[in-house]
Design a protein around this ligand. Structure first.
Ligand code: IPE
Ligand code: IPE
Ligand code: MG
Length: 246
């Protein structure tokens, strides 16, 4: 059963609209327990379920999670296929509840490269939830920010060549509109679990002014309370966007 979220420390007037998470540390969590890495990934899925619910309960508009990067294909075949299986299972098992809660699922990244059974579940989830008006839940899957930016640049170059747009007319808004996150506000808060101080090719364009919170907690140990704590930390930040605050 989902437990009641303690949000008393939150300032309801300063909630982030868009929270992005680099869910890292599954392998280390398993290693500490002398378990195979795959068990870490399974435990990580349980954290994800809790965090999606908590974001919904907190009234966050958009949650984006980094589930699998374009670089993660370098991992051993067994680990990659286990991760794909887990994602398929997550979609299959969680879809009904997410749909009931009016959650809209979206995938950022080229999911055509995933195994057929995974693609089927993704398509089902996207179609079923497309008109939902609650939490937007973005799953970054086979996602790489450089690829995303490069694809946008290629699309734009083709439009220029075709005479559809002039080079001088290209604005940040037009460029943003060619990214997977088209139409969405940039993340206000980026959380990375397990202590790594790097971005690992995640949302390079979108996080220009995002507040970053890195927690030492390994992703499978990450709870609703860690999420609340990260949001509290965000709420104490002085966001300046290059200007001066009084
Ligand atoms: C994050 O955990 C999950 C994915 C990258 C898919 P890791 O598997 O990267 O865990 P560590 O970094 O090895 O602990
Ligand atoms: C980033 O984590 C990708 C995901 C969380 C899906 P990694 O574990 O792949 O990143 P690096 O290799 O430590 O930079
Ligand atoms: Mg990692």
């Amino acid at each position: 059963m989902a437990r009641k979220l303690n949000t008393s420390s939150l300032n309801k007037d300063r909630m982030p609209r868009h929270v992005a998470i680099i869910m890292d540390g599954n392998g280390r969590w398993a290693k500490k327990r002398f378990m195979p890495r795959t068990m870490g990934h399974r435990a990580g899925m349980a954290s994800l379920k809790k965090v999606v619910r908590a974001c919904d309960d907190m009234g966050i508009a958009i949650l984006t999670v980094f589930a699998f990067s374009t670089e993660n294909w370098k991992r051993p075949r067994d680990e990659v296929s286990y991760l794909m299986q887990l994602l398929t299972e997550f979609m299959r098992k969680e879809l009904d509840e997410l749909h009931q809660n009016n959650v809209r699922i979206q995938v950022l990244g080229d999911y055509n490269a995933t195994p057929p059974e995974c693609r089927i579940e993704i398509k089902r989830a996207l179609e079923m939830t497309r008109d939902n008006t609650g939490l937007i839940f973005n799953i970054a899957l086979n996602y790489g920010s450089r690829k995303e930016i490069l694809d946008a640049a290629k699309t734009l170059a083709a439009k220029v060549t075709a005479g559809e747009i002039k080079v001088e007319e290209v604005t940040e808004e037009i460029f943003s509109g060619l990214l997977y996150t088209k139409g969405m506000p940039d993340p206000d808060l980026l959380i990375r679990s397990s202590g790594e101080m790097r971005i690992s090719n995640f949302m390079l364009w979108q996080i220009a002014y995002t507040e970053i919170v890195v927690t030492d907690t390994l992703w499978p140990d990450f709870t609703e309370d860690d999420l609340v704590q990260a949001v509290v930390e965000y709420q104490h930040r002085d966001r300046k966007f290059g200007g001066l605050n009084k």
